[in-house]
Write a protein that binds this ligand. Structure first.
Ligand SMILES: O=c1ccn([C@@H]2O[C@H](COP(=O)(O)O)[C@@H](O)[C@H]2O)c(=O)[nH]1
Length: 236
């Protein structure tokens, strides 16, 4: 999907990193029409969140299943087939060639798009070196993006810091989905490669993933509305 075709409201993806379905449903009710796209990751998925994903998709919301699959090809493929039945829009896999190839083949014929996680936004160069990599963050993100593109992956997850360089590499053929979003003054937490919503959109991100700055705000709906307004302003 070309950036111009994306409904501005869908560009904000709220991460439902919450302990259970009850808490998630309460958050969705509070956010109401302010949010049209939700992400379900480890915490909620492992606490009964996958039926909620299916329910959300049926109710007209968009759903991103962020399970960052990485296993032998057959296991990845069977997992992708199961997730495709939920009606989700996005599913993440780690950006390893075997994993991406299996996921892309398994999603054929479904509406599911595969996103490759390049380098986690909580990592900096020191973290990569500690994990045994010789490349720095930007070089590894770009190398993985090129591999993902060749393998037919639908989109990339990276920090917004890499969005402009990735756009030059993949053009508009792949969705750029960026966590590591922090409105001005928000707590960074464990994120190391961050940008504000406006700067991320200006850098070329298609979708912004935001968790704690919304879900831990005193008024989550007001926090989401402020981010939506910042996104719309940056798109003008
Ligand atoms: O590189 C990555 C990949 C995924 N995430 C996920 O995004 C949200 C961010 O939440 P915040 O509370 O806004 O930090 C979270 O669910 C992560 O699992 C990421 O942060 N970085």
């Amino acid at each position: 999907m070309q950036p111009a075709d994306i409904d501005p409201k869908d560009r904000l993806i709220v991460a439902l990193d919450l302990p259970g379905v009850t808490e998630a449903e309460a958050m969705i009710a509070r956010l109401g029409d302010s949010v049209s796209f939700y992400k379900i990751g480890y915490q909620l998925a492992y606490a009964g969140g996958l039926p909620l994903a299916q329910q959300l998709a049926k109710s007209g919301k968009k759903v991103f299943i962020d399970l960052k699959l990485h296993d032998i090809g057959n296991t990845v493929a069977r997992g992708v087939e199961s997730v495709a039945k939920l009606g989700a829009t996005f599913l993440t896999v780690h950006a390893y060639p075997q994993t991406m190839k299996a996921a892309v083949e398994a999603r054929q014929g479904s509406g599911l798009k595969i996103l490759a996680v390049t380098v986690l936004t909580s990592y900096d160069d020191g973290d990569l070196h500690a994990a045994g990599y010789r490349l720095n963050v930007s070089d590894l993100v770009e190398a993985r993006a090129q591999q993902a593109q060749v393998l037919g992956v639908d989109g990339l997850v990276s920090s917004p810091e890499e969005a402009a360089a990735l756009r030059k590499i993949v053009g508009h053929q792949m969705n750029l989905v960026t966590p590591g979003i922090r409105p001005a003054g928000a707590a960074t937490g464990d994120q190391k490669r961050i940008m504000t919503p406006a700067r991320a959109i200006a850098a070329g991100a298609d979708y912004l993933v935001v968790g704690r700055p919304v879900t831990e705000a005193a008024d989550p709906k007001a926090a989401a509305d402020a981010i939506q307004a910042e996104i719309k302003q940056a798109l003008v």
